[in-house]
Design a protein around this ligand. Structure first.
Ligand SMILES: Nc1ncnc2c1ncn2[C@@H]1O[C@H](COP(=O)(O)OP(=O)(O)OP(=O)(O)O)[C@@H](O)[C@H]1O
Ligand SMILES: [Mg+2]
Length: 259
């Protein structure tokens, strides 16, 4: 059975969002946490936040995506063990991290776990691992998980030089895997691209990949080290994030249409 055969060429859509990116370390966790806070605090939407697989960290580590997603979004009622299903030791693509940990991974189990989280009226907000083509195993990537769960994909891309090729390639790959509902958002320090470059990069990507580019998210460094242990530091981060994020009209409209 080929998991990426999709009969009608249309992706079934469910309530939720899969946040992916053009590569690793671009800003998915920050964007996912910030969107979680937006849905939760501004839209008053009941949401679940999920990082199916993380690697190179342990639960409770303030550097772990599960920790940062929970504290960043402010969804403190969700235990960290519920945020991340598989936490693997080696900082590798899930496929190899599973292999090295001696875990027999089943893509079916991952989908079951996702569907269990989609059963009620909650909005399922997912952060993938690494970029959109990152493999869970030899047959399945992040894009396959998003498609099988019926989720639109938000691609977090770098704002600066080099982003056009990475982003156009990532969008094409996602479409090839059956993702039909897609958008792009930039994340990067203000030093990486000025307003003109940002607008030009967005225009090139929109023209070439026919995908909406929803602007650039706030550049706001998250609490780290000792400060990452203080809930108040995260609350302050979240308030500052939301104060600028609500002005991203194209982004918030896109999110509201999918809430
Ligand atoms: N909007 C932003 N504001 C502040 N820092 C940012 C932002 N976007 C990216 N960064 C920086 O980039 C780093 C990587 O961001 P983040 O952890 O969100 O990436 P990621 O795509 O989730 O990575 P991974 O592939 O490991 O999950 C952050 O630690 C931070 O230093
Ligand atoms: Mg991350």
């Amino acid at each position: 059975m080929s998991s990426h055969s999709h009969t009608d060429g249309k992706q079934h859509t469910a309530r939720g969002l899969f946040v992916s990116s053009t590569g690793t370390g671009i800003g998915k966790t920050i964007v996912t946490a910030g969107i979680g806070a937006y849905y939760h605090e501004i839209c008053r939407r009941r949401i679940r936040i999920w990082k199916p697989v993380q690697s190179g960290v342990t639960l409770g580590d303030p550097e772990a995506d599960s920790y940062r997603l929970r504290l960043g979004s402010g969804l403190l009622h969700i235990p960290e063990e519920e945020v991340a299903t598989w936490t693997l030791q080696d900082p590798l693509a899930p496929w190899m991290a599973f292999e090295r940990a001696g875990i027999e991974f089943s893509f079916g189990c991952l989908l079951e776990e996702g569907r269990r989280r989609q059963k009620d009226d909650s909005f399922l907000l997912v952060e993938g691992a690494g970029g959109i083509a990152v493999p869970f195993n030899a047959a399945h990537t992040m894009a396959d998980a998003a498609r099988e769960l019926g989720l639109p994909v938000l691609l977090v891309a770098s704002s600066g030089l080099g982003t056009v090729s990475h982003t156009v390639t990532a969008v094409q790959y996602a479409r090839e895997r059956g993702i039909t509902d897609l958008a792009v958002v930039f994340s990067g320090p203000p030093t990486l691209a000025d307003d003109r470059e940002l607008a030009e990069n967005a225009r090139m990507i929109e023209a070439m990949a026919e995908v909406p580019v929803c602007g650039i998210v706030p550049w706001l460094v998250q609490p780290s080290h000792a400060r990452a242990m203080e809930t108040a530091a995260w609350t302050a981060w979240r308030q500052r994030w939301l104060a600028s994020f609500v002005h991203m009209k194209k982004m918030t409209a896109w999110l509201q249409e999918r809430a």
